[in-house]
Write a protein that binds this ligand. Structure first.
Ligand SMILES: CC(C)(COP(=O)(O)OP(=O)(O)OC[C@H]1O[C@@H](n2cnc3c(N)ncnc32)[C@H](O)[C@@H]1OP(=O)(O)O)[C@@H](O)C(=O)NCCC(=O)NCCS
Length: 138
């Protein structure tokens, strides 16, 4: 298999997964937050609103959840993650009084950022046990 084919397959897989994931977990109530430096996006996150049946952790219905928060690698470590989180939290306040997120237990950078913003660890996700569920009271 040549490099072009490999790239095409990887791209299709990523688009497929992304599409399914987005379709399964996000809807028209979602809010996208984008931080730009000039015209260049340097950070993006989505506040998604799950239905009651999708997630129920520790007896709590997970409703407004941060999804896909990210800063492109070449812009990381310059404070954009901080700005992105502050804006995401500010926007979430208009929608809810509890903001959730799910993060891999090995994602030290993100966990540090979330703790710094006041998110509390609710423990491992009941299904995806290598992920932590975190919540912020707004
Ligand atoms: C997590 C992420 C958004 C942070 O963005 P960033 O722009 O690099 O973050 P900032 O430079 O604004 O730093 C914000 C905080 O993140 C944490 N952090 C950032 N880089 C870190 C590092 N190398 N090691 C440990 N903690 C780090 C710190 O708490 C930092 O606060 P501080 O500067 O007061 O110490 C970014 O690394 C990213 O996009 N990662 C890949 C995608 C991802 O994992 N998203 C989270 C999915 S749940």
């Amino acid at each position: 298999m040549n490099k072009m084919n490999i790239r095409r397959i990887i791209r299709e897989e990523i688009e497929g997964i992304t599409h399914q994931w987005v379709k399964a977990t996000t809807g028209s109530n979602d809010l996208r937050v984008i931080v730009k430096k000039g015209d260049t996006p340097v950070g993006v996150s989505t506040i998604a609103r799950f239905g009651d049946s999708v997630y129920n952790v520790s007896g709590e219905d997970i409703q407004h959840t941060i999804m896909g928060l990210s800063v492109p690698p070449k812009h990381q470590g310059k404070g954009y993650g901080n700005i992105l989180m502050d804006l995401t939290i500010e926007k979430a306040r208009e929608l809810t009084d509890k903001l959730y997120l799910i993060v891999s237990e090995t994602n030290e950078k993100a966990i540090n950022l979330y703790k710094k913003k006041g998110f509390k660890d609710m423990g491992p996700h009941p299904k995806y046990t290598r992920n932590r569920v975190m919540v912020l009271d707004l």
